[in-house]
Design a protein around this ligand. Sequence first.
Ligand SMILES: Cc1ncc(COP(=O)(O)O)c(C=O)c1O
Length: 375
Amino acid sequence: MDPLLLETLISSAGADVPVPPIARRPAHLVGNTPVLWIDEPFAPQGRGFHAKLEGANPGGIKDRPGLHMIREARRRGELVPGAPIIESSSGTLGLGLALAGLTYGHPVTVVTDPGMEPSMVRLLTALGAHVDQVVAPHPDGGWQRTRRERVAELLVRTPDAYCPDQYHNPDNTAAYRPLAAELLSQLGRVDVLVAAVGTGGHSAGIAAGLRERCPELRLIGVDAVGSTIFGQPAAPRLMRGLGSSIHPSNVDYEAFSEVHWVAPAEAVWACRRLARRHYASGGWSVGAVALVAGWTARSCPAGTRIAAVFPDGPHRYLETVYNDAWCREHGLLGHAPPPEPDEIAEPDECVVTGWTRCSRVRDPLGRAAAKAGAR
Ligand SMILES: Cc1ncc(COP(=O)(O)O)c(C=O)c1O
């Protein structure tokens, strides 16, 4: 196929383009994901939320930024044809980059840590990516810092290699504009968006897109206990996908009305309830988002239109979230979350260990204030 036509077809995946009945390329299957109504047991019947099922993409939510970041890097000439792509990922972006590598013809190396599920290592390898696992966490910056240092080391050693740097690359955020357009065409309007935060890409990109049509939108961020993103101290984390031990600049702190931290046992409870009651479920971020979106539905006036992003499906978590023996070993079973989160007035007021909310959101590194001062 003509390469220009191919690029146009791939970049047009989104709200206005129906999925073609026969996809000629796997990248054409990305986008236009379905929405499922979720109420009980998270909220009373008729008072629920709309879950955007990003697990319906071939790899998951990160197929969108995987393709978009690579397409843009090629367009700018930062990534030359056939050159290697090297990136740090806990898995989902690895799948998106494997898809981008296949689509555009680049070898892909995914740098990760021993917490990556063996099934994910095997899947990435089967899809043609090389998986490079670091062995020890950095004493201050945790696994993410070690992974990023390993990426830097590989980039020096590999001629022409390109790192999309999902934590700080604005193309990661921009990749979610089509998702916002899809939600608007599916729901008409959105009053509240509930989204997990890891690199900050999808919360920032979807909220920016929605606010063009729904300026009063409230954005609720969902983070993991032990994550540093919103100003808590770093602690070991079982939950993957959401949360971080660094401060990604893609997090749009000013866009959030509030943040919730969720603990692993609470996410496990929510994932398992989702699976039983609604068939659609997922992993740590899906469970945490469902818990917070259910509370939002219970707390907001009836008729509030709530969208919650479910970044992936359950299969990757069969040996963790859905494995009784693994969950028992980690003390994660039999802890139903409280009906209401704890509340703190400042994000660093105390160390949170269970579901907690805070309506003061600010960049712990003060970058927004520094930017405003410079203007
Ligand atoms: C499963 C899952 N959920 C949530 C997130 C967080 O998304 P974002 O990086 O866009 O903040 C990620 C990021 O890797 C993820 O893999």
